[in-house]
Design a protein around this ligand. Structure first.
Ligand code: BG6
Length: 490
């Protein structure tokens, strides 16, 4: 292709990664863009055994001795008014949080806990009073333990329990919540079942069992989307999947096939069912070939086909770089040394290194351009608005003299991702909001309070609760200005 010579010069003068100049004009962030931030119930609330809350699988896990448990967490349950006031000060237009199923229905099915309803009613009212849009995740990893004891997602009755729970949520909060997320990171739960923890006395399910669970969750999701449209016609609902574009390690066509294998199995196989109401053909062939396909009852596929989300929510942290399988056990390796997340599968793909990206202290790839690519792919595939429900950098933030927290690395991370997000918008991708992880420090799934993500610091250590006071980090003031200028000043 022949480039205009002035454009050619411009491009060659730019650094790698700066190719935004192929546009003459960069589009602005849309009006009413949902500038937000995220948390999840079990990671932020604490009060894990208070006011009638039941136990969830998370509460019943053997917790690593080196990190905090979830009993007090950031004590948001008792301090939500103070927290929401800070969110308002930050200028948030949206706050994405999850409802703990066990606070609403302590045993997963049956009696409703009025105190749980009251807590979320108060939280939602408080948010609305400041004009902050509540974005509610219905299920973020914390399945009621009573349901787990009866087989968890492997038991079809859990689908009915989820629908009953959803009915309560839509009845109680449906008129005040416009955005619902069905299930957070179903793909993490299915592909890395030990990652969130396994309750004491339970074992990691077999792959066959896991894909049966997956089918039940997908069916539950389809029913809940239909129910939401029926009960709350003014609300919107969508899945929240950890989604990322993948690169082949080289231009060897076999690396491209392997990257496509894993991108499909890890991301599209989940989103395709939600958006198209059918299983993805490549991932289905993979399941059938290995005898892992779920038992599907009559009517299941019709139900799935009848549901459609209003938007796609994605959690994006990193891209992955993938090489062809060598067909032996060397294909399998721990992600960033974390034995709970094993990557690679014989005959499918192996994880490879990418020399063009940075990494966090915890070995997570930092790839802002990958966000643009991921957004393009999701939009091209589903043609639905996209809500970014997680993105962020975990770090052991340090409080310096006079309560100063210089988290410049967070500012840098989010700024670069927002630049790419703006380019994706310029590419024509419809993005309706950005909710980085996390609004306030929360317990990290594996590294407790040693790894923080928030704009607001919670003054506690791993085991010493100190005074739990809230301190604005440097990134707080930076993000506040981003929101105030609708992304004009990054
Ligand atoms: C997402 C989860 O996968 O990653 C969050 O939805 C989690 O619950 C976040 O906290 C960051 O992961 P981690 O392990 O650093 O806490």
């Amino acid at each position: 292709m022949k480039l205009r010579s002035d454009l050619k010069t411009k491009i060659f003068k730019l650094k790698r990664g700066d190719y935004k100049m192929i546009y003459n004009n960069i589009k602005e962030f849309p009006e009413n863009f949902l500038w937000g931030a995220s948390t999840s119930a079990y990671q932020v609330e604490g009060a894990s055994n208070e006011d009638g809350k039941g136990m969830s699988v998370i509460d019943m896990c053997d917790h690593p001795k080196e990190t905090s448990d979830f009993k007090v967490a950031s004590d948001h349950y008792h301090r939500f008014k103070e927290d929401v006031k800070l969110f308002a000060d930050l200028g948030l237009k949206a706050y994405r949080f999850s409802i703990a199923w066990t606070r609403i229905i302590p045993n997963g099915i049956g009696d409703i806990n009025e105190k749980g309803i009251k807590f979320y009613n108060d939280l939602i009212d408080e948010l609305n009073s400041y004009g902050i849009e509540p974005i509610v995740t219905m299920f973020h990893f914390d399945l009621p333990y009573a349901l787990e004891e009866k087989g968890g997602w492997g038991n079809r009755e859990t689908i009915d329990a989820f629908i009953e729970y959803a009915k309560v949520l839509f009845e109680c909060f449906g008129s005040k919540v416009k955005y619902w997320l069905t299930i957070n990171e179903q793909n993490t739960m299915i592909l890395h079942p030990g990652a969130i923890g396994i309750p004491k006395g339970f074992e990691i399910p077999t792959k066959k069992e896991i894909y049966q669970q997956n089918h039940h969750m997908l069916l539950a999701q389809a029913r809940v989307m239909n129910l939401c449209h029926k009960m709350c016609p003014d609300s919107k609902i969508g899945p929240a999947v950890n989604t990322t574009a993948m690169y082949g390690e080289t231009c060897n066509p076999n690396d491209a096939i392997a990257a496509h294998n894993w991108e499909t199995i890890r991301c599209w196989s989940f989103l395709d069912v939600a958006a198209f109401g059918r299983y993805n053909s490549l991932s289905w062939s993979y399941l059938v070939d290995r005898g892992l396909e779920p038992n599907i009852l009559e009517g299941d596929m019709e139900e799935m086909a009848s549901a459609r989300p209003d938007f796609i929510a994605i959690n994006y942290y990193s891209t992955a770089t993938i090489a062809a399988s060598k067909g032996d056990t060397s294909d399998i390796s721990a992600r960033a040394g974390d034995q709970q997340i094993m990557l690679g599968e014989q005959g499918v793909y192996r994880a490879a290194e990418n020399p063009y990206v940075d990494k966090t202290k915890y070995g997570w790839v930092i790839d802002p351009v990958g966000l643009r690519l991921t957004l393009r792919k999701v939009y091209e595939r589903y043609n639905l608005p996209i809500l970014i429900t997680e993105n962020g950098i975990g770090a052991p933030d340090v409080v310096e003299e006079n309560d100063v927290i210089n988290d410049d690395y967070r500012i840098d991370y989010i700024k670069k991702h927002l630049e790419q997000l703006q380019l994706a918008i310029t590419d024509g991708v419809k993005v309706i909001g950005y909710c980085p992880w996390s609004a306030i420090d929360v317990v990290s799934t594996h590294q407790g309070y040693g790894k923080r993500y928030g704009f607001i610091y919670v003054n506690r250590d791993e085991f010493d609760l100190k005074d739990l006071r809230r301190i604005k980090k440097k990134s707080f003031n930076w993000y506040k200005n981003v929101i105030a200028t609708n992304g004009k000043v990054l």
